[in-house]
Design a protein. Structure first.
Length: 124
């Protein structure tokens, strides 16, 4: 008969044994310590290489979009409506490009554009 796990009423700082184990990040069997994938087939190795290339490209594109949105937000907080509209017109194609490449969902893009446009319209 196994002993039951301790309940949450144990005082913090008490070593429960099982509670201090890390629950996020890669599982032990999934990766070596250097981060390389353990692929069983050549096609899985190729898929892993492609996934890493795609991930780095997607990170760069998402960063470009966030920078564009940040530039519009900075122009809005600056108070210059013409500058805000100009940066908004530069940001919209960047956002739409990510939708076409299926990096972000079209509803997320629409939400960003709509909220930025509403903030620009609300400016005096």
């Amino acid at each position: 008969m196994s002993t039951p796990r301790p309940t949450a009423t144990i005082a913090p700082g008490v070593d429960n044994g099982w509670a201090d184990k890390q629950t996020t990040g890669p599982r032990k069997g999934d990766r070596f310590t250097d981060g390389s994938l353990v692929a069983n087939t050549k096609s899985a190795e190729k898929a892993a290489r492609q996934a890493e290339k795609h991930r780095t490209r997607n990170v760069a594109l998402r960063s470009r979009m966030r920078t564009a949105v940040r530039n519009v937000t900075a122009a809005i907080t600056g108070g210059n409506k013409e500058s805000a509209q100009a940066t908004y017109k530069e940001a919209v194609p960047v956002i739409d490009t990510l939708v076409n490449k299926q990096i972000i969902h079209r509803n997320k893009a629409a939400r960003h554009k709509s909220r930025l446009a509403a903030r620009i319209r609300a400016m005096q």
